[in-house]
Design a protein around this ligand. Structure first.
Ligand code: FES
Length: 84
């Protein structure tokens, strides 16, 4: 079991799940959902190590070390806190 959360709310996910639906429920805005537009670029406040490796789309995006694309990343395990 894994958890994606903000200060306000938390959502339980299966280990290894894509975070996109949970992130949307937490209020992250989405556009393309394909790793191109950058709309879902989100600051990860805690638990960055619990997200899977960046894919090609994330590597192509100019992300800060504390940012990920919520339409692309997966949660491996544990808890990840994002800033929305
Ligand atoms: S929604 Fe466009 S990059 Fe994620």
């Amino acid at each position: 079991m894994a958890i994606l959360k903000t200060d306000a709310k938390e959502i339980t996910l299966n280990d290894g799940a894509a975070v996109i639906d949970a992130a949307e429920e937490l209020g992250v805005p989405f556009g393309c959902r394909q790793g191109i537009c950058g709309a879902c670029k989100t600051e990860v406040v805690e638990g960055m190590e619990n997200l899977g490796e960046k894919n090609a789309e994330e590597n192509d995006m100019a992300l800060e070390p504390n940012e990920r694309l919520m339409c692309q990343c997966k949660i491996v395990k544990g808890t990840v806190k994002i800033k929305v």
